[in-house]
Design a binder for this molecule. Structure first.
Ligand code: G6Q
Length: 539
């Protein structure tokens, strides 16, 4: 494939950016009284307003042209079909099969994977029903009251984000805690005050070889066995989610209590597989199934809608526009819903681990920018913290603003207060406040420039009716596919993560050097000195 930057479509976008660089959103809105309706799209219950972007119809046409030139339509087909598009690992990418309906057929190496997906979902449902009803008893005969999810990365962030997002729907006499960090503090605090008799550990690890997860799972097992006085307790207090039955058995968890998934599900794309077991325990199989329905609706939309009416495609292309043609380094995701407090952290992994690459699928180094830095916090908290920089700083930070029209916890007019801020922010970012307006307010001359808002800061607004399990499924699939679209344009493999390997290997070498104070150190002078100091300080 021709390098992205050599494509005529890419060159046209460069020229087009130069012609648009001096235009303000104020002018674009003034020129077209219907811009707010024209650059908006409603599909699968989501309203996307993308009018407050530095775009014209020509921009969109050129971006769609670029998508076509990079083969986006064919790549979408290839992913859904189960082609081995994760080329560096020789795997298919079929997280979309995790939410396929029972009667669907998704062939991989000559076999339909959908019956396997539903067999696991059925086992999960059965297990969850037992635990939620109190029928599943701990070693001493007591029902389970707390579930502790032990996992890291994709085996932690997804279930954690989704549990927080759907807490409203959770069974409140069951609490859910998460342990991920190898820092023993994480484990110590997670089991603080828990009664082992009523605690169930869900050990989530695709490979079942991850250092942090196995270390925490060992702590958990020792804690449980010590409290309950018997190794036999493990059988009633531990279940595993993994693709590696052998390692699960080796660890001492009965594979009867294991829920499987497959190597065609990437960690960061996995919380709708058995990795979502703790979430299903919290919200129940029906709500989980509604969530899968939401994912599926977005999958169908992505697979079938024309590119210019396709939500993930539009979000992806608009992101490429700022990343590759306007020099934007980061992208903020700002949910105006407290239940989505971990959503940006989740997206950080989804996006940055997927597209933080610099070698193309054809094995060449990219001569263009790839994945942006993703960050964000819920509104309105962010407004009182970092929005200053978005409004008046020197950096261009495109943002996605997300909100729900109906609160799950209505109290007086507080949801209107939240939403007034939501609308006000994108308005202020787009249109700002001119010097003339500031002077008209009677501001002293010395302060005029300080009080000017240049505006012209681009935003997308994504509006839903209400935060339901289905809405969450749609939202997550929207971003999964947006990341895919961008990965296709940048011609990178969005489904591997070699960049996490080197640190892991070096840590393995350092572990014995910390345990044996006499071990000879042969690192660089900085690392050697830091290890020496650590050895001296540690009591
Ligand atoms: C995600 C990554 C990574 C992975 C963790 C945990 O896409 O692969 O975050 O999820 O390293 O891996 P295990 O599930 O194998 O423990």
């Amino acid at each position: 494939m021709t390098s992205l930057t050599k494509l005529p479509e890419y060159q046209s976008l460069r020229e087009h950016q130069q012609s648009l660089a001096g235009t303000h959103l104020r002018e674009l809105f003034a020129q077209d009284a219907e811009r707010g309706q024209r650059f908006a799209l409603e599909a699968v219950g989501i309203y996307l307003d993308y009018s407050k972007n530095l775009i014209t119809q020509q921009t969109l046409d050129l971006l769609i042209g670029l998508a076509r030139a990079t083969g986006l339509e064919q790549r979408i087909g290839a992913m859904f079909r189960g082609d081995k598009i994760n080329a560096t690992e020789g795997r298919a990418v079929l997280h979309t099969a995790l939410r396929a309906p029972r009667d669907a057929v998704v062939q991989l190496d000559g076999a339909n994977v959908v019956p396997d997906v539903h067999a696991v979902l059925d086992r999960m449902s059965g297990f969850c029903a037992q635990v939620r009803s109190g029928q599943w008893k701990g070693h001493t005969g007591k029902p389970i009251r707390t579930i502790v999810n032990v996992g890291i990365g994709g085996s932690d962030l997804g279930p954690l984000m989704a549990f927080e997002a759907l807490k409203h729907y959770s069974q409140r006499n069951l609490s859910l805690r998460f342990v991920s960090n190898v820092d023993p503090t994480d484990f110590a605090e997670a089991v603080q005050g828990l009664n082992a008799e009523e605690t169930l550990f869900v050990v989530c690890s695709k490979t079942f070889t991850t250092l942090e997860t196995l270390a925490n799972a060992r702590l958990a097992r020792a804690w449980c066995v010590e409290a309950l006085g018997s190794e036999a307790a493990v059988g009633r207090h531990f279940v595993a989610v993994s693709t590696n039955a052998e390692k699960v058995a080796e660890f001492g968890i009965d594979t009867q209590n294991m829920f499987g998934f497959w190597d065609w599900v990437g960690g960061r794309y996995s919380y709708d597989s058995a990795i979502g077991l703790s979430l299903m325990l919290a919200i129940g199989p029906e709500r989980f199934s509604e969530m899968l329905g939401g994912f599926r609706a977005m999958d169908e939309h992505f697979r079938t809608a024309p590119l210019d009416e396709n939500l993930p495609v539009l979000l992806g292309l608009i992101g490429v526009w700022y990343n590759n043609f306007w020099g934007a380094e980061s992208h903020a995701v700002l949910p105006y819903d407290q239940y989505l407090k971990r959503f940006s952290a989740y997206l950080q992994q989804l996006d940055m681990e997927s597209n933080g690459k610099q070698v193309t699928l054809s094995g060449e180094r990219c001569d263009y920018q790839t994945g942006p830095i993703i960050w964000g916090e819920p509104g309105t908290n962010g407004q009182h913290a970092f929005y200053q920089l978005i409004h008046q700083g020197t950096k261009l930070i495109p943002c996605d603003f997300l909100a729900f029209a109906n609160s799950l916890n209505p109290r007086g007019n507080q949801h209107d207060l939240l939403m007034a801020n939501f609308f006000a922010q994108t308005e202020a970012l787009a249109f700002g406040k001119t010097e003339a307006q500031v002077r008209a307010d009677g501001v002293p001359e010395a302060l005029v420039l300080h009080k000017v808002f240049q505006g012209n800061r681009p935003t997308n607004t994504i509006l839903f009716d209400r935060l339901t399990p289905a809405a969450l499924g749609k939202l997550v699939a929207l971003y999964e596919h947006k990341v895919f679209v961008q990965g296709v344009i940048w011609n990178v493999n969005s489904f591997d993560q070699w960049g996490v390997e080197l640190g892991k290997v070096l840590a393995q070498r350092i572990i014995p050097e910390l345990e044996d104070p006499k071990a000879v150190l042969a690192h660089d002078s900085s690392t050697n000195e830091l290890i020496r100091r650590y050895r001296a300080l540690k009591s």
